[in-house]
Write a protein that binds this ligand. Structure first.
Ligand SMILES: Cc1cc2nc3c(=O)[nH]c(=O)nc-3n(C[C@H](O)[C@H](O)[C@H](O)COP(=O)(O)O)c2cc1C
Length: 399
């Protein structure tokens, strides 16, 4: 529950994207936040108040003079708020907020808040690019509010361009980032994730069950904590973590090339990828045909590059190198051996084979071993939480 005990004000103004705020509200609630929704009169032409009231478990504030349980509800809400999100933010509310106008519940409450505010503009492209709207957004940004750039694409009005409200999960991700301590500020982090694939022929390959979830969770968590993250990823079906530079690769060789190309600048290297240890010696250029007289097919394999070892050899004194070990047995022995053999500072070892940890699962249970022989058990939890604890330990060791 990343937002437990946080009070969030969700301001909804009268844009076509108001329906997306319903899902944003659900993300916030699921993360444990207490959410109060404030709607403009126009917003209620798009989505009913009842929907927000039921999903937030709170009355919606929309009329300063008639709606309130307390006579100064807008001040109560403003004082209690830990963060405010205005999504969607119309050109009209942006103009009012940037000029200190207070003529409805939302604009009046926002004059009284002192916490961080994120404004998510959403409108037709010509409106968004209008010099007055841009000027108003500039004012808000200079005043210290966060402006979340709109997405580009086909808009509800059929125009193509910038102005679409980003997906609710994306806005939610940025809200989490607002609340995250920036203890990786100024640090460059290089992460590898996912499996690699090695061709047998143009349609078949050798790979493994890695889903990339653990590496992506680490990359996302490091970005939220202020790190500049490069993610070298094998083929996975995951959305890129927000704000992370992602480099897609297929084979071990391509992954090694990208990891080494980005190694020099990195302060912290976290190698989560499950690289194929072996690859076919002689991948065929045309599809291997099934032959009736030949029941068995033998594919000769040869060892791939050991990327972690290569990085360990090249690693500079001030770089921190973390490896992952997925083991089916002898977890501790294998992990400690790997630390020594590959010149690691830390290894996160997990036993694969259980449905709630390791490959594919959303949760993981790992044991962190350090160069100095110490270790820490991280019990079964969400991979996003494992990622944060792992980063806590890295920061602790670096400092
Ligand atoms: C169908 C329709 C869709 C609209 N969509 C948007 C929009 O996406 N963004 C925007 O800034 N204004 C949009 N407007 C205009 C606003 O609703 C209008 O400017 C209103 O005064 C905004 O009031 P508010 O800022 O108090 O919510 C739309 C209007 C209509 C009729």
């Amino acid at each position: 529950m990343e937002l437990k005990n946080k009070h969030i004000l969700l301001g909804v103004s009268g844009g076509i994207a108001a329906y997306k705020s319903v899902e944003l509200l659900r993300f916030l609630k699921k993360a444990g936040a207490n959410v109060n929704v404030i709607m403009t009169a126009s917003a209620q032409k798009f989505v009913g108040k009842t929907t927000f009231e039921v999903l937030s478990d709170n009355l919606v504030l929309s009329d300063l003079f008639f709606d309130t349980e307390s006579s100064v509800k807008h001040i109560d809400l403003a004082t209690r708020a830990d963060a405010v999100i205005v999504a969607p933010a119309t050109a009209n509310i942006i103009a009012k907020l940037s000029h200190g106008i207070a003529d409805d519940a939302l604009s009046t409450t926002l004059l009284a808040v002192t916490c961080p505010v994120m404004v998510c503009p959403s409108m037709n492209t010509d409106m968004y690019q209008n010099i007055r709207v841009q000027r108003n957004l500039d004012i808000l940004e200079k005043d210290g509010w966060h402006i979340l750039d709109p997405d580009s694409g086909v808009l509800a009005c059929k125009a193509v361009g910038a102005g679409r409200l980003p997906d609710p999960w994306f806005i939610f991700d940025r809200v989490l980032a607002m609340f995250t301590k920036k203890d990786l500020n100024g640090k460059k982090i290089l992460v590898s994730a996912g499996p690699t694939v090695e061709a047998i022929d143009p349609v078949r390959f050798v790979s493994n069950h890695s889903s990339g979830k653990m590496g992506y969770a680490i990359a996302g968590a490091a970005e939220k904590r202020g790190g500049q993250v490069t993610l070298v990823s094998g083929p996975v079906s995951l959305e890129s973590p927000v704000g992370v530079e992602r480099i897609d690769v297929q084979t071990c060789e391509e992954m090694a090339e990208q990891m080494l190309a980005n190694l020099d600048q990195a302060d912290i290297i976290i190698k989560v990828a499950a690289v194929a240890d072996y690859k076919p010696i002689d991948p065929k250029t045309s599809k291997i045909k099934k032959k009736d007289n030949n029941k068995d097919l033998f594919v000769s394999m040869t060892q791939n590059l050991d990327i972690l070892k290569l990085i360990g050899e090249k690693k500079k004194k001030d770089q921190f190198l973390v490896g992952f070990a997925a083991e089916t047995n002898d977890l501790e022995k294998n992990a400690l051996l790997k630390i020594e053999k590959k010149n690691l500072d830390m290894i996160a070892a997990n036993l694969v084979g259980s449905s709630d940890s390791g490959f594919k699962a959303d949760t993981n249970k790992v044991k962190l071993f350090f160069k100095d022989g110490s270790f820490v058990d991280i019990p079964l939890m969400d991979k996003s939480k494992v990622a944060d604890i792992l980063i806590d330990h890295i920061i602790n060791k670096i400092n």
